[in-house]
Design a protein around this ligand. Structure first.
Ligand code: NDP
Length: 450
C-alpha cells in the first residue's frame, strides 16, 4: 500500500478505536477491510465525499435486551442478548444468532460488519446483521434451551420480520434452537412467514441449508484450485471444529477426493492419518448433533491420536479449512502451516485468522480464501430459503445444490475480477472486499444522506 493510503488507514483506525472502546474483534474486522479498500476509496471522490467508510462502519442500530428464564431447578437465570442491524442498503438485514458465553457486542459487531460484505457478494438482495446472547447451551436440557429461546423471542420478535431482519443459526444455534425460536415467533405474530432461516424441512426450511456453509466452502476451495489447473483430488486436508460447518466441509472435501485427517473442538484435536471416511463422519454427526459429546471420544472409538488442548495446525496438510471460531489461526499457527507446505487455506469460520496470519498467507502467495467469500454459501442458501418461502414452493435438493454452486462460482469470479493480481496469483482478500463493497457503497451514495 502507498504511504498516503497507509497513513489514512492509521488515522481512520485511530478514530474507529476511539469511538468503539473495548471492541477488539470489531476493530480487527474493520482493519482488514479498510487496509484493502482505502487506496480504492482515495481514488473515488464520490465515496470520499459521501464519507462512505465512516458510515459503513457504524451499525444502523443495535438492540440490547435482558433475557430471563427459569432453569430445571426453578432458579431464575438472566442473560444478555443483542441484535446488531448493521446495514440494510441492499436488502433486509440478514445474519445468524450466536449463543456462546464469549459473545459480546464487539464479537457481534465484527460478525455483522463482515456479513454486510458477504451478503453483497452472494448477489442476493440481503443486508447485513448479526445477533446472539451470552447464553451457553452446553449442559442445558432441551427444556431449558426451549425456555431461553422463547424468552429471547418475546423481545426479539418486535425487531425482526421477513422484510425487516431475518435471523438464522450460528455457533450454538442449530436446528433445535431455530425451531424453538421460530415456533415462538409464529405464535407471537400469528403469521407463518419466513422470518427465520435454517428452519426444519417440515416447516419452510430449504433442502441443503444444513450442508450449505460447508459445501459452499469446499466449492470455493475447488474453484480456487481449478483456477490454477489443480483440484482437491489426493490432497491431505486439515479441518478444525466439529460442528455444522466442519461436518459438511469434511463430507464434501472427501467426496471430491480429499483425505481429511483432523477435527477438533474447544478441548482438543483428533488426528486420524487414515482419513475420516463417511462412516466415521456419520458417527461424528451423531456424537455432536444427537449425543452432544466431545471430539475426544472419536480417538477412543477409532483408535487414533488425541491432542489435548491443541488446534489442528501442527498437522502436515495441503489444504486447511478453519471451521471453528474467530482467531483460531495465530501468526505461529500460520507459520507452522506454511512450513509444512500448506497450499490452500479456505475459511469456513468467520475471521478465523488473525491479521498477521493473513499477511503471512498473502506474503507467501498461497491460495487464501477469506471467510466473507468462502463461507458465503450458508447465507446464500438462506437467501434461497427466503425466496422459496415467499413463493410458497420447495425446490429439489439438486436444484438448490446447483444454485449454491452457481453462487460460489460467481463469488469466485467476482473476487478474481476485483483482486490485485501479481503474475497470475489472485489476492482473494482484496477481491472479496472490493466486490462486496462496491454494491453497498453505490446504493448508499444513491440514497443521499441517510
Ligand atoms: P457449531 O456450534 O455447530 O460448531 C462450532 C464448533 O467450533 C464446535 O466444534 C466448537 O467446539 C468449536 N468452537 C466454538 N468456539 C470455540 C472456541 N472458542 N475455541 C475452539 N473451538 C471452538 O457452529 P458452526 O459450525 O455453525 O459455526 C462455526 C463457524 O462457522 C463460526 O465462526 C460461524 O460464525 C461460522 N459460520 C457458520 C455458518 C452456518 O451456517 N452455521 C455460516 C457462516 C459462517 P465446542 O463444542 O467445544 O465449543
Amino acid at each position: 500500500m502507498a504511504g498516503g493510503a497507509s497513513q489514512e488507514v492509521d488515522h481512520f483506525m485511530k478514530g474507529l478505536v476511539k469511538r468503539n472502546p473495548g471492541e477488539p474483534e470489531f476493530a480487527q474486522a474493520v482493519q482488514e477491510v479498510v487496509e484493502t479498500l482505502m487506496p480504492f476509496v482515495l481514488d473515488h471522490k464520490d465515496y470520499q465525499q459521501a464519507q462512505i467508510l465512516e458510515r459503513m462502519t457504524e451499525p444502523d442500530r443495535v438492540v440490547i435486551f435482558r433475557v430471563c428464564w427459569e432453569d430445571d431447578q426453578g432458579h431464575i437465570r438472566t442473560n444478555r442478548a443483542w441484535r446488531v442491524q448493521f446495514n440494510n442498503s441492499i436488502g433486509p438485514y440478514k445474519g445468524g444468532m450466536r449463543f456462546h458465553p464469549n459473545v459480546t457486542l464487539s464479537v457481534l459487531k465484527f460478525l455483522g460488519f463482515e456479513q454486510v460484505f458477504k451478503n453483497s457478494l452472494t448477489g442476493l438482495p440481503m443486508g447485513g446483521g448479526k445477533g446472539g446472547a451470552n447464553f451457553n447451551p452446553k449442559g442445558k436440557s432441551d427444556n431449558e434451551v426451549m425456555r431461553f429461546c422463547q424468552s429471547l423471542m418475546i423481545e426479539l420478535h418486535r425487531h425482526i420480520g421477513e422484510d425487516t431482519d431475518v435471523p438464522a443459526g450460528d455457533i450454538g444455534v442449530g436446528a433445535r434452537e431455530v425451531s424453538y425460536m421460530f415456533g415462538q415467533y409464529k405464535r407471537l405474530v400469528n403469521r407463518f412467514v419466513g422470518t427465520l432461516t435454517g428452519k426444519g424441512l417440515a416447516f419452510g426450511g430449504s433442502l441443503v441449508r444444513t450442508e450449505a456453509t460447508g459445501y459452499g466452502c469446499v466449492y470455493f476451495c475447488q474453484n480456487m484450485l481449478n483456477h490454477i489447473g489443480d483440484g482437491l483430488e489426493g490432497k491431505t486436508v486439515a479441518v478444525s471444529g466439529s460442528g455444522n460447518v466442519a461436518i459438511y466441509t469434511v463430507q464434501k472435501a472427501t467426496e471430491l477426493g480429499g483425505k481429511v485427517v483432523t477435527l477438533s473442538d474447544s478441548a482438543g484435536t483428533i488426528y486420524d492419518p487414515k482419513g475420516i471416511d463417511p462412516d466415521k463422519l456419520e458417527w461424528v454427526r451423531a456424537l455432536k448433533e444427537e449425543r452432544r459429546g466431545r471430539i475426544k471420544e472419536y480417538a477412543e472409538e477409532f483408535g487414533c491420536e488425541y491432542q489435548e488442548g491443541k488446534r489442528p495446525w501442527g498437522v502436515p496438510c495441503d489444504v486447511a479449512f478453519p471451521c471453528a471460531t474467530q482467531n483460531e489461526i495465530e501468526l505461529a499457527d500460520a507459520k507452522e502451516l506454511l512450513k509444512n507446505g500448506v497450499k490452500v487455506v479456505c475459511e469456513g469460520a468467520n475471521m478465523p485468522t488473525k491479521i498477521d496470519g493473513v499477511h503471512a498467507f498473502l506474503d507467501a502467495k498461497i491460495l487464501y480464501g477469506p471467510a466473507k467469500a468462502a463461507n458465503a454459501g450458508g447465507v446464500g442458501v438462506s437467501g434461497l430459503e427466503q425466496s422459496q418461502n415467499a413463493l410458497r414452493l420447495s425446490w429439489s435438493r439438486e436444484e438448490v445444490d446447483a444454485r449454491l454452486q452457481g453462487i460460489m462460482n460467481d463469488i469466485h469470479g467476482k473476487c478474481v475480477h476485483y483482486s490485485d493480481q501479481e503474475g497470475g496469483w489472485v489476492n482473494y482478500v482484496s477481491g472479496a472486499n472490493l466486490a462486496g463493497f462496491v454494491k453497498v457503497a453505490d446504493a448508499m451514495v444513491a440514497y443521499g444522506v441517510v
